[in-house]
Design a binder for this molecule. Structure first.
Ligand SMILES: Nc1ncnc2c1ncn2[C@@H]1O[C@H](COP(=O)(O)OP(=O)(O)OP(=O)(O)O)[C@@H](O)[C@H]1O
Length: 249
């Protein structure tokens, strides 16, 4: 069963002079951990932002569970969670207050909300910091709270834009183990990353994109086998996207 489908998707930021997503077609099955990989400026953030309704495509269609943002915005919003790349946290509110606010956006309240927040804080090892303002948190601590804001309502489909960027290995392990647990519980996960070895181990399906187009898609193993003599995803990535340094992001 498909969780998400993009059909003939295009995105231009400059009045249709140039396109950063070009006639892109993509289907993601339910239950996948789907990784969107690509060099700087490839279009990952643009694509995931359109998939989760934060940005409108210039043309083309996106459907989630056969629903679309035009006809069924409320139904879709209940089913999905979004963890953006930039911290969407209020610096002067405490961790607990931030989570209360984000939980309330999903109509969670009372004891149920409190239990979900406390269980999340324990999982990310921040229960002792629940009453501290976010402005006092380190980058890794903020990333862990940022993750919780998108998953309190146990979404069917979760979008994350570089959830492990700039965090230490311990925080990364915690974040990935929470995502794995959610996925085991049935959540489809779609995320962008620059960590190729992480994606190789973590994702059940990977799409390598560049210049707004999909260059290759499959399991890590399929991608590695398709590019001889690659032995890992990093070699596949370099073979497909080249060695040139990108300045357009
Ligand atoms: N708001 C915007 N206005 C104009 N151009 C934009 C905007 N956002 C992104 N772009 C351009 O669109 C292209 C794709 O950018 P995008 O941020 O989606 O890539 P990315 O793969 O997420 O890159 P990175 O890995 O650096 O985060 C780039 O050329 C970028 O400069």
């Amino acid at each position: 069963m498909e969780a998400l489908k993009c059909q003939n998707l295009n995105k231009s930021y400059d009045g249709k002079k140039t396109y950063v997503i070009k006639d892109l077609n993509l289907t993601i099955e339910k239950g996948e951990i789907f990784g969107l990989l690509g060099p700087n400026g490839a279009g990952k953030t643009t694509l995931i932002s359109m998939m989760c309704g934060l940005m409108k495509p210039t043309s083309g269609k996106i459907s989630l569970n056969n629903l679309n943002f035009q006809s069924n915005p409320t139904e879709i919003q209940k089913k999905m969670g979004v963890v953006p790349q930039e911290y969407a946290l209020y610096p002067t509110l405490t961790a607990f207050e931030n989570l209360e606010f984000f939980g309330s956006l999903y109509n969670l309240k009372g004891k149920d909300l409190k239990n979900r927040i406390e269980s999340g804080l324990k999982k990310v090892n921040l229960m002792d910091y629940r009453n501290r303002p976010i402005k006092d948190f380190s980058g890794g601590m903020k990333r862990r709270i940022n993750l919780l804001t998108g998953i309190l309502h146990n979404p069917e489909i979760l979008f994350l834009d570089e959830p492990t960027v700039g965090v230490d290995i311990q925080s990364r392990e915690v974040i990935l183990s929470i995502l794995e647990e959610l996925n085991t519980g049935g959540t489809t996960i779609i995320y962008t990353s620059h960590h190729l070895s992480e994606a190789q181990n973590f994702c059940t399906q990977i799409s390598i994109i560049d210049k707004g187009r999909i260059l290759a898609q499959g399991t890590a193993e399929e991608l590695i086998n398709s590019v001889q003599p690659a032995t890992n995803l990093e070699e596949v990535f370099l073979e497909l996207t080249g060695n040139q340094i990108r300045n357009d992001a």
